[in-house]
Design a protein around this ligand. Structure first.
Ligand SMILES: Nc1nc2c(ncn2[C@@H]2O[C@H](COP(=O)(O)OP(=O)(O)O)[C@@H](O)[C@H]2O)c(=O)[nH]1
Ligand SMILES: *[C@@H]1O[C@H](CO)[C@@H](O)[C@H](O)[C@H]1NC(C)=O
Ligand SMILES: [Mg+2]
Length: 532
């Protein structure tokens, strides 16, 4: 018996030792299967609610400028049409010419062959002649190639030469923060956060469309987005909104809030797309306010207050509920929210800034400039790995209102593995066919010729808005995975004008006095009923 036990143990030990790795892998797979996949499914399906990507989310405040295709030839000939003071902007490297070419072919084929907007390419070193020749061949539109000033690209000398700088990058690399150890990535984020719009080549324009190498457009954009934005008073356009990786920005919101406080800024209503509010009770009692952070806390915490006060006032220290609450409160900590500043928290949502169509002055203005300088001074572009996307979004939240922003839902777009691709429109409105949704494609540039035999478009649907989209349908749309941020966006679209008029200021959901008097009445009524 004893012998057998020993043997079994030995076998087990050996098995375990050889297979520790295999077991870990199996455990990891089981955990993935049991936890991650159901969560993923729940996320993509929005817990049983309809998927955003199937819904029409148009409101009076914002919606696609057109549904389906526009007759581009007529649109351009219209005497109301004016070409805008606008450009494409792309920061890139000489080595990326093949990926740049992919992007240019895609945007030319889907949009710019008709509209001929110029391009500005920027680089931290001069572009080679080879790069310029290769890219210029892809379009008739004018292209300018610029270099970024060393002072704008590099971190300040004292920073670069400091131990803290090298240490911060190494530490971020060790902690596995995406791109955290790459100095060039930090410089890129800093440049896009606060400097690209100051570059002389970019300053020649009023509007820009940011592009990146290796992005893909899935639909035809048959109208002029700059003009339509101007016509409807929009200042910033996005096509993907999603949550940021927490560990890239742990202190960004702390500094953002302190900047706002120091400058006594009044925030735009867009602010509420990016923040969670914890000041939900209207009260002067700061201790009470700090204990009430969610709607579900309101009744409970005020009952507690009433019961304790009643017990103390009545002098009956054995009153059970009051005593129970008093003990509970004396044992409880004030809820700790590490990331709560001025009763708000960054919810990590941001517009994905590798695609932007915007007026330069949404960034090129005094408030945003001083925000950037403030952040720079705090060192977060190297102490942490603040992306330009969350910095842009929080900066925009200070100055823009919800109605200043346009969701280009009809622009199908992929960058790396994330994509948004809209459903095509079938031309049916309120049950009747009203227009030809998918006008035939015509090429204005022979380089954008398409073979109709293999260039098939997706079938249209009633709620669709796209024009001649061809989506990778096997990939989940970001609208359905970044559900939380999409929901924030749509909630703000549906908010009343009066609500949005409050700007970035959240309304309290309850008044402490009102709730307290209701709770007190209930409490006293209950006491009267109880046999003593
Ligand atoms: N010239 C230059 N461009 C860069 C550098 N780092 C990044 N970029 C550009 O900045 C953009 C974003 O960089 P990318 O590596 O694509 O970051 P991601 O999109 O966040 O994965 C791309 O257009 C890159 O070509 C750099 O060191 N030099
Ligand atoms: C375009 O806008 C820029 C920046 O506002 C301005 O300097 C420039 O003169 C404008 N160009 C045209 C053609 O209007
Ligand atoms: Mg990229």
């Amino acid at each position: 018996m004893f012998k057998l036990n020993v043997r079994v143990r030995r076998v087990w030990d050996r098995l375990f030792r050889c297979n520790a790795l295999a077991i870990c892998i199996i455990v990891a797979m089981v955990v993935t299967g049991a936890v991650v996949i159901p969560q993923f499914v729940a996320e993509t399906h929005g817990y049983g609610w309809p998927k955003f990507s199937d819904e029409d989310i148009t409101t009076d405040r914002d919606g696609p400028f057109f549904r389906g295709c526009v007759d581009t030839e007529r649109y351009l000939k219209d005497e109301q049409y004016t070409k805008m003071n606008a450009t494409f902007v792309m920061l890139t490297r000489n080595e990326e010419s093949e990926d740049v070419a992919k992007t240019i072919r895609s945007i030319e084929s889907h949009f710019n062959q008709w509209f001929q907007y110029p391009y500005v390419f920027l680089n931290d070193v001069p572009f080679t002649q080879e790069f310029k020749d290769k890219i210029q061949r892809l379009s008739r539109a004018p292209m300018q190639f610029g270099t970024v000033d060393k002072l704008d690209w590099e971190f300040p000398e004292q920073v670069r030469n400091s131990f803290a700088f090298q240490n911060a990058l190494r530490d971020q690399a060790d902690r596995g923060i995406l791109y955290g150890g790459e100095e060039s990535y930090h410089k890129m984020c800093r440049f896009y956060s606060g400097l690209f719009y100051k570059h002389p080549l970019v300053q020649q324009f009023e509007w820009y469309w940011r592009l990146e190498p290796d992005v893909e457009f899935f639909c035809d954009l048959t109208y002029d987005p700059f003009l339509e934005m101007a016509r409807s008073d929009k200042r910033y356009g996005f096509t993907i909104v999603l949550p940021e990786l927490y560990w890239t920005v742990p202190n960004l919101f702390r500094y953002t809030r302190s900047f706002i406080r120091e400058n006594k800024l009044k925030l735009g209503s867009l602010w509420r797309l990016f923040t969670n509010n914890y000041r939900i009770l209207e009260t002067d009692d700061e201790v009470l306010a700090s204990r009430v952070n969610y709607g579900s806390d309101v009744d409970h915490k005020l009952s507690e207050k009433v019961a304790i006060e009643h017990m103390l006032a009545s002098g009956n220290s054995e009153e059970e509920m009051g005593l129970r609450y008093l003990v509970g409160r004396s044992q409880a900590k004030i809820p700790l929210f590490e990331d709560k500043f001025d009763d708000e928290e960054y919810n990590l949502c941001h517009f994905w800034s590798n695609f932007e169509i915007a007026r330069l002055d949404v960034f090129d203005n005094e408030i945003y400039d001083s925000y950037f300088r403030y952040l720079e001074q705090k060192g977060g572009f190297w102490r942490e790995r603040w992306g330009d996307a969350p910095v842009h979004s929080l900066g925009l939240g200070m100055t823009l209102n919800v109605e200043d922003v346009h969701y280009f839902r009809d622009i199908g777009y992929r960058h790396s593995v994330i994509q948004h691709c809209p459903k095509n429109w079938n031309g049916v409105e309120s049950g009747t066919k009203v227009a030809q949704a998918q006008l035939p494609y015509f090429e204005a540039d022979p380089r954008a010729k398409r073979n109709p035999l293999w260039h098939r478009y997706n079938k249209g649907v009633d709620n669709g808005c796209g024009c001649r989209c061809r989506c990778d349908t096997w990939k989940t749309d970001i609208e359905d995975t970044a559900y939380y941020c999409m929901e924030r966006w749509t909630d703000l679209q549906l908010a009343s004008d009066a609500d949005l008029a409050r700007g970035g200021h959240y309304a309290a959901i309850a008044s402490a006095n009102d709730v307290e008097s209701r709770v007190r009445d209930d409490y006293l009524a209950q006491l009267l009923q109880e046999p003593s």
